[in-house]
Design a protein around this ligand. Structure first.
Ligand code: ATP
Ligand code: HSE
Length: 317
């Protein structure tokens, strides 16, 4: 029996929650926007086959793929429980571009660990698995942050708690908001996009960050869309990262003309997002971004809604 896990794309930060807020996304046209990993069977030695639109961008050596690290991390975690994990045959369908700001490595990590856990009869609980996902994501970006792995695994809008008992909690979302995302086709390393940020922030910025996040969470719970949208301004990363993104300001100006509630950088970029209530406006913004933001054949745009389900695991007998 093989086990397959699909893990959706995610937007980290959502403009106002640097490293501590993340949103899972699904295109409204039903297209697949996330990686899929299958654990096929146990075998003599580990093997990984890459497939999918962005397979050619992956390291050619399977041991350099984060999926292999997931296998090793899972094996170690089960060894601690006295369970022996043998080498397995795995397949990665790489549907998310690397360095896109859509949680590409997180999607591979989450799908791989969810598939492995399913294959072995779910020995790790949700919390244990999420901690392992965060650790593996930290290996790639240089520091542990859950704003991609948590929404990718659990779905919805996730706020990081990071206490001993709980990694993240689900926030309410506005079901009638559309999220337009556009990937330019360029690759931005998360680690590099973090290196250009200041190590410290001044008092005014810190106060603004805390105020926005607190008011936003309160507005979500009171279903106050206008106030929630007003708070979606990035004081931490966008001022330093947007200069790397061609046509970013023009994109925001166009989105605002169409009535967008917010416009920002998805994760560490270069993907941008617009939050908008009208589907017609969402389609207009998408078309503008296709015409003006995409730089090469790897780029794409989608009108999305929140993926409330997160990772989906299925067994093939
Ligand atoms: N399965 C995988 N998916 C994505 N990246 C991988 C994978 N395996 C190994 N890598 C390597 O991990 C690094 C990922 O870098 P980075 O964190 O910048 O990208 P990302 O997670 O794809 O970005 P983003 O979260 O912005 O989509 C790259 O060097 C890439 O070659
Ligand atoms: N929150 C992190 C990763 C987002 O994908 C960042 O912006 O650097």
């Amino acid at each position: 029996m093989s086990v397959t896990a699909y893990a959706p794309a995610s937007t980290g930060n959502v403009s106002l929650g640097f490293d501590i807020l993340g949103l899972a996304l699904k295109p409204i046209d039903g297209s697949l926007l996330g990686d899929r990993v299958t654990v096929v069977q146990e075998q003599e030695s580990f093997s990984l086959t890459n497939a999918g639109r962005f397979a050619h961008k992956l390291p050619t050596d399977a041991t350099q793929n984060i999926v292999y690290d997931c296998f090793l991390g899972f094996k170690d975690a089960l060894a601690d429980l006295g369970i022996d994990v043998r080498p397995v045959e795995m397949v990665l369908e790489k549907n998310l571009p690397i360095g896109s700001g859509l949680g590409s490595s997180a999607s591979s990590i989450v799908a791989a660990l969810a598939a492995l856990n399913g294959f072995y009869g779910n020995p790790l609980n949700q919390e244990q698995l999420l901690r392992l996902m965060g650790k593996l994501e930290g290996q790639i970006s240089g520091s542990i942050h859950y704003d991609n792995v948590a929404p990718c695994y659990l779905g919805g809008l996730q706020l990081m708690v990071e206490s001993d008992e709980q990694i993240s909690l689900s926030l309410p979302v506005f079901d009638d908001w559309y999220w337009v995302i556009c990937y330019s086709g360029a690759s931005v390393s998360t680690a590099a996009a973090r290196d250009i940020l200041p190590k410290e922030y001044d008092r005014a910025t810190t106060i603004n960050f805390g105020r926005q996040l607190a008011v936003f969470v309160d507005a979500l719970h009171r279903k106050d869309k206008v106030l929630a949208a007003q708070m979606m301004q990035d004081v931490i990363a966008e001022p330093y990262r947007k200069s790397l993104l061609q046509n970013f300001d023009a994109g925001r100006a166009f989105a605002q003309e169409q009535g967008a509630l917010a416009f920002g950088i998805s994760g560490s970029g270069p993907t941008v997002f617009a939050a908008v209530e009208s589907l017609d406006a969402a389609e207009e913004i998408k078309q503008w971004l296709v015409d003006n933001y995409i730089q090469n054949e790897d780029g794409f745009a989608h009108v999305c809604q929140v993926d409330g389900q997160g990772t989906q695991v299925s067994e093939d007998v």
